[in-house]
Ligand binder design. Sequence first.
Ligand code: FEO
Length: 161
Amino acid sequence: MQISKKMQEAFDEQINWEMWSANLYLQMAFWFRKEGWKGFAHWMYKQSAEETGHAMDMAEFVLNRGGHPNVGAIKAVPTEWSDPKAVFEATYKHEQQVTELINKLADVADAEKDRASINFIDRYIDEQVQEEQTALDILNLFLHRDDHAVALIDDKLATRE
Ligand code: FEO
């Protein structure tokens, strides 16, 4: 079954948000590099690539359903944060917003009775549970730590595959 116009437009919006997320994490990586935090920057580069992967995956799905995905104009992302902890607070908050967006995308698929899209989006509902938990786990590492401990967290994140 070819994807409906409504469903494709909903995917376009999500693809645009995934690319915004990729830019957000890329900008966070640049900020960390500028501030001398190489491990955090490494983690953010990986996170940015993962978000680009989400956009590509969604676009591929739309294409496989006979649609024509559109990225659209991507809004500018923030460029400054006060410290590493603030960056991960923003990351956690952002992933919570993405969860809401994915839930809305699922609502459209339900309304359209589009079984293939419902099935596809389910993976992202699971993915968001993981994304939120990962951000929260890192944020928790910052609690009650002094700067020396933050440097250890920086080292730890440098090992991301
Ligand atoms: Fe593509 Fe981090 O959600």
